[in-house]
Design a protein around this ligand. Structure first.
Ligand code: 13P
Ligand code: SF4
Length: 352
């Protein structure tokens, strides 16, 4: 079992042997048993910044999901190797936008004569291929903590923004924070001919949202918000912007995982909170603040199953392989894809 004290001792011993040659990054959605070994924890943006912060570390062990490890490989030096302890730690949202589908949409924009007006923006939660596409077409990557700045940057450069792959982060940002209306947005469905959109709809749209979503955050509904407000008097509802628009509209606070932790850290003792994001994070923050009433927004259990793939046995295995001089599960992005994805990532890191 993951709580096996023997595994904890083995992870400690391996980490000690590896010393400064290994740098362990942990996303906030990781299990406690993994987070305890992270040198740095953070949201997607902080981890992208931190990946490059230790050029002396030969190995970066990324406790997160595949697209994060790809970005780390792109952002780190040539000699650094990025390890993902379980290759099955993917992201269903990132899988909702395949390069061939996105290229087909772009061809459609080109045929319509609007491609020159469109600036693509991709959420960090996308494959390196998609980030490469965006970099090649003059766009930018964003995370949930800088989506507004990235979208403003993009919209200032074109007449339309093509936002991939999370419709909710895109819609929530432009409508809540940038003054666009729901009618300014159209939804591009890659499974329908021409994205399910008429020529006129595409010509009129200011924001073209890809039809992707996060299945974990998709679990939170308006009913959850109404129900908790009835059940817990004075409750503050705090959600991640990957939640549906009506949930975000009904919430009191909205932000990235790093923001959620900050708000809860700073909340007064005795205050009540219902939090709409992944459960490992909510449980950890609740345990750190026994003086505050912090609960999960949904009544059921809701982990990100792929984040949870990285468990202590996988971490121990990865570290012990490194001790033995082997590099397990190395994630690499090469060639043009890495080059153009880096252009889009660097653009994000340079946003004011
Ligand atoms: P942030 O950590 O950037 O808030 O992203 C949440 C997420 O879904 C990562 O997959
Ligand atoms: Fe992907 Fe959602 Fe899991 Fe984040 S929480 S890794 S977006 S499936």
């Amino acid at each position: 079992p993951a709580s096996d004290p023997d595994l904890v001792a083995r992870a400690k011993a391996a980490k000690e042997k590896l010393g400064s040659s290994v740098f362990i990054l942990g996303h906030h959605y990781q299990r406690d048993e993994v987070i305890q070994f992270a040198d740095v924890t953070g949201d997607s943006f902080k981890l992208a910044q931190q990946a490059a912060a230790r050029p002396d570390a030969e190995h970066i062990v990324f406790c997160g999901v595949h697209f994060m490890a790809e970005s780390a490989d792109i952002l780190t030096k040539e000699h650094q190797k990025v390890v993902l302890p379980d290759l099955a730690a993917g992201c269903s949202m990132a899988d909702m936008a395949a390069l061939t589908q996105v290229e087909k949409a772009w061809e459609q924009f080109t045929d319509l004569g609007i491609a020159g007006d469109v600036v693509p923006v991709t959420y960090m939660n996308s494959t390196a291929d998609i980030k490469g596409f965006v970099g090649r077409h003059g766009g930018v990557v964003c995370t949930s903590s800088n989506a507004k700045r990235a979208l403003e940057w993009a919209y200032a450069r074109g007449e339309k923004v093509f936002f991939l792959p999370d419709q909710h982060l895109g819609r929530n940002t432009v409508v809540r924070e940038m003054g666009f209306s729901l009618d300014d947005c159209v939804l591009y469905n890659p499974h329908k001919p021409n994205g399910g959109l008429s020529e006129q709809e595409l010509r009129d749209a200011k924001i073209i949202l890809w039809r992707g979503h996060c299945s974990v955050h998709g679990r939170f509904t308006l009913d959850c918000v109404n129900e908790v407000r009835e059940r817990v008097p004075g409750v503050n509802v705090l959600v991640h912007p990957e939640c549906k628009h009506e949930v975000v509209e009904a919430a009191d606070y909205v932000g990235s995982t790093e923001y959620i932790i900050k708000v809860l850290d700073e909340a007064p003792a005795g205050s009540s909170w219902a939090v709409g994001t992944e459960l490992n994070l909510v449980r950890r923050v609740a345990a750190a603040h026994p003086d505050k009433n912090i609960t999960f927004l949904d009544r059921t259990v809701c982990y990100c199953s792929t984040m949870n793939r990285i468990d202590l046995p996988h971490l121990v295995w990865a570290l012990e392989e490194l001790v033995a001089g082997r590099v397990p599960n190395q994630i690499t992005v090469d060639g043009d894809t890495a080059h153009y994805a880096r252009v889009a990532l660097d653009q994000m890191l340079a946003l004011p």
